[in-house]
Design a protein around this ligand. Sequence first.
Ligand SMILES: [Fe+2]
Ligand SMILES: [Fe+2]
Ligand SMILES: [Fe+2]
Length: 441
Amino acid sequence: MAVVHTDAHSHAVLNVRLFDMVAALSTTLDLLDPRLGSHQKRTCLIAAQIGLAMQLSMDDYRSLFIASIFHDIGALALHDRLRLLAFEEIEPHRHAQMGAHLLGQFEAFRPYASLVAYHHVPWEDGAGQRFEQRPVPMLSHLIHLADRIEVLAQGRDNILADMEEIRLCIAEKAGAVFHPDHVAAFLAVSRAERFWLDLFSVNLDQILKALAPFEDIELDLPKLMLFARFFALIIDSRSHFTATHSAGVAICAETIARHMGMSAAEAAKMRIAGYLHDTGKLAIPNEYINRGGPLAREEMARMRSHSYITHDILSKINGLSDIAEWASHHHERLDGSGYPFHKSADKLSLGARIMAVADIYTALIEDRPYRQGLPEIQVFAHLEDLVAAKQLEPAVVATLKRHHDDIGRLCREVQQREGEELSAFWRLADDMTEGRGQGNA
Ligand SMILES: [Fe+2]
Ligand SMILES: [Fe+2]
Ligand SMILES: [Fe+2]
């Protein structure tokens, strides 16, 4: 198969907005449980409205926006995310510290980590300016307020009938739980019905976008790569067993793409697609992902939705269409037997073909809870069976085989490196899940 792409062309087509990526990541995190709805986005909207009423500086407003849209990012590794939604929470600081740790992994988000770390510290008439001997950012208190308002508002089927009750409940806690200035600003903006109706609008994403203080910021290829890697860290951090799968698929897909004649920029996009291919797994229950054996029929059925969800999330992002396609077609097969689109050879791009091979190859060489990684000879026997069955592209498998020393080594190196980062993360998660410590993020 001849492949002709040019660098100049690829750079020209990549114009992804930071807002779209942030919103996609937030949406994905909220998929962890449908009952969560859009908790993080609504919390962000509430925080933004209060921030605007308080006339925060542009820097503070931007920090508030980004930190609030991800404020529960640390909860995904803990098994009790839904408990956070209870208005009174016994020990809420663990997921906040975990979230700070996660955000700290991505340079662009590092400045917001401390805002997330303390988003459940009560004001206590000023005592909440410090927590465990550390200063608590004022904006953490504002996120705390927005989060609790969201929890009170969610699930109401007649929000206008209940808004006064919520306003009263918050007003009573001014000083003891929330900063009085934040409460005053909330009481001012929440008089308007639209404050409440916006929260449940079908256009929530557009409303947020209009308020986003970085609407115009675009990501170039290297920045998008870092963002995708962060995304992958979140996806992979849910499982001890497949902790570096996305990173392995990413490097494998990029390297095959280069050997098949794709330009450096196109190959870099393949790597991004590899990082993002299992985005939809965030919507699959943790137990399935960490199951030490084969899945039951219904579990398997649910698992098969993940690459559609990857498509659902990524295809909404402007400028990401190639990447979205390659990522979400990784379970399609040339004979049309794949899922979820059942596309066959005439509809599957080279990128999709490479992604399918990279995914299977990486899965086979990885250790899984129920088996060790397979030796090379078995890996290729399996891939060649799939080529013979007309499911995988022969040219891709042949390229992988020809450059296997190079690709296998790179894949192992990257997985080793990312594995070390993730095991630090898991040690922290384990400490926190067992309540052994608060971590030091
Ligand atoms: Fe929280
Ligand atoms: Fe929250
Ligand atoms: Fe997959």
